[in-house]
Design a protein around this ligand. Sequence first.
Ligand code: AMP
Ligand code: ZN
Length: 135
Amino acid sequence: MCIFCEIIKGNISSYKIYEDNEFLSFLDISQATNGHVLVIPKKHFANIFEVDDDTLAKISVLTKKIALQLCKNLNVKNCNILNNYGPLAGQTVNHFHIHIIPRYNDSDVIIKFNNQNKTKDEMINIANTIKNNCQ
Ligand code: AMP
Ligand code: ZN
């Protein structure tokens, strides 16, 4: 059973923000900050890499639209827009979704990246490893 598919079917209730034939947006039950919402395709895809390019393009544009309006309506100027892929990255629901998390101040939610302070050689090695076949 997929909890988000159940929300789409109406078997589990949600606080809907936006709905059309292909997509749904609703409040995240956990509310990392006030107005934390999720945007999902109605078709079930386990994760970002399973989503077809057309759906991914459409949901990106829709997420931008919802995020802009949400920030305006909440009178906030900053937000995080993110996807967690895989358990190590924090994915807990295996139905592709994008988080929109309004930010009110610097400490309201912990999304910070540690700087590992790599040397120049280490940076070159990392770049060489990951750029293979990227273009
Ligand atoms: P992630 O950890 O990136 O997979 O995000 C999954 C999110 O779904 C979490 O932030 C949960 O709080 C949220 N979530 C789980 N169940 C529900 C639900 N029934 N309604 C709304 N949000 C939910
Ligand atoms: Zn699903």
